[in-house]
Design a protein around this ligand. Structure first.
Ligand code: UD1
Length: 432
């Protein structure tokens, strides 16, 4: 099994290029098969979740061609199957978009129930409600979602909670349904807007993405397009906090600063300097940072996907902070790992009370999920001594060339093999 070996204590310095948004990419590459013509997608992040979904598209007959590292051409006109199931697709969350895309285009989809990070119960009732309101019959059997429709008719759908996945799934089906659909209380994350823009670039008629109501007028078919995915807000935020936690000075390039406002606001509140430019931000932490209270909320609130990284930064800051997780109920599992590095937390219900310590110390820890894994990397970069992080396949699901980008900023981080003790010994010898 692959692991990260990190020697902490180096302030990150320099510049890092942020890749395309993983959560936008998952919706976009699947929506691409709804077009009758080939679609070219650029700024595609090279992360494992994207690879799994591209393989799944290939598996049902779509032609997937890599034009370069971050560009893919997808031709969905050759799709020959609406059943998607394999052990990989069961592990990722974005697989649920296959239901929306196949149902919208072929009026039938049979897809393995989505997996994803174990951060809460993660129901899909709002997706199903949306499909049913658009005229589909949905059943769950043998671990599969089975959706079928004779006709898809536009509808007025009110989401009980602003679910990212449900909003995108309903937009996809409604894009090819008859008549008009309104989604009330939709998610407003930047990747919702990006998927809507992409669907529109293929000829869909979607208005209001990013606002309190999305209005979709169904069209008969979608055509080819060329599209570039927006920068990854969470990757950018992770590097911003890694810079702050190590007392660094980093230019985070190729970002949309507006998407980072919740993170910028918290960093500024605790004493880091953040300067925003057109397409980059500059983060400097030249003193020990202070405390803050943080509550995760749907966009434009503080993103739940940045909660573990922020909690880690606060674990090193002066004073007592309270972090409240309102989106996913079991998203504090990594705290046990951070305690092994000397962090001081009390978890009460959905709140973590974080008493800042002056330093963390390196330890052997295990990444429990994607974003918590990134948080442990931040802890390792800031800690004194050597940290070894196991189960980094979680991190590779969502961060492109993470170790390489960190090394370019001066971090001492290498990928090792947990089955080969000598690699760790060599690393220890090398870094002293
Ligand atoms: C997506 C993201 C994930 C991010 C999350 C919140 C992808 C692949 N994953 O996950 O990285 O952490 O948004 O920004 O894009 N809910 C229901 N019923 C539903 C759907 C959701 O009750 O049918 C609840 C969930 O339990 C959760 C909240 O709504 O409390 C938000 O979930 P949702 O936005 O759907 O998250 P995901 O799409 O799973």
């Amino acid at each position: 099994m692959k692991q990260y070996m990190i020697k902490g204590g180096q302030p990150l310095r320099g510049e890092v290029q942020i890749g395309g948004a993983k959560n936008a990419a998952l919706g976009i590459i699947v929506a691409a098969i709804m077009a009758d013509e080939p679609v070219v997608i650029d700024n595609l992040p090279q992360v494992d979740d994207v690879k799994v979904l591209l393989d799944a598209l290939d598996g049902i007959g779509a032609k997937v061609e890599h034009l370069d590292e971050n560009t893919v051409r997808i031709d969905g006109s050759t799709v020959s199957d609406v059943i998607v199931d394999d052990e990989y697709i069961r592990k990722i969350r974005g697989s649920y978009y296959l239901v929306g895309a196949l149902l919208g285009k072929y009026k039938k989809a049979v897809v393995a129930l989505p997996g994803g990070c174990q951060i809460g119960s993660r129901p899909i009732d709002q997706h199903i409600k949306g499909f049913e309101q658009l005229g589909a019959k949905v059943t769950i059997h043998n671990g599969m979602i089975d959706a079928i429709a004779e006709n898809l008719e536009g509808s007025h759908i009110y989401l009980d909670c602003p679910s990212v996945g449900a909003t995108i799934n309903i937009m996809m089906v409604a894009a090819l349904s008859n008549g008009k659909t309104i989604i009330e209380n939709p998610a407003k994350e930047p990747h919702i807007v990006d998927v809507a823009n992409f669907l529109n670039s293929m000829g869909a008629n979607i208005k209001g993405a990013g606002t309190d109501a999305i209005r979709i007028r169904g069209v008969e078919k979608l055509h080819g397009s060329e599209y570039s995915i927006i920068p990854d807000q969470i990757e950018a935020g992770t590097f911003m906090l890694a810079a702050a936690a190590t007392g660094g000075d980093v230019y985070i390039k190729n970002v949309i600063p507006k998407h980072l406002e919740a993170i910028t606001a918290k960093l500024t509140e605790i004493g880091a300097k953040v300067r925003e430019y057109d397409d980059y931000v500059h983060v400097v932490a030249d003193k020990r940072l202070g405390y803050a209270n943080v509550k995760t909320m749907p966009y434009p609130g503080f993103p739940t996907d940045m909660q573990p990284q922020m909690t880690t930064l606060l674990a090193l800051s002066e004073g007592v902070s309270i972090v409240t997780e309102t989106i996913f109920e079991t998203r504090f599992k990594y705290i046990a790992e951070l305690r092994r590095m000397g962090a001081n937390f009390n978890v009460e219900g959905n709140a973590a009370i974080v008493t800042g310590v002056e330093k963390l110390t390196g330890a052997d820890v295990v990444a429990p999920d994607l974003r918590a894994g990134a948080a442990l990397v931040i802890a390792g970069l800031a800690a004194e001594g050597i940290t070894v992080i196991d189960q980094i396949h979680y991190i590779e699901r969502g961060y492109e060339k993470f170790d390489e980008k960190l090394r370019n900023l001066g971090a001492i981080i290498e990928v090792g093999d947990s089955d080969d003790e000598r690699e760790l010994q060599k690393f220890r010898f090398k870094v002293g």
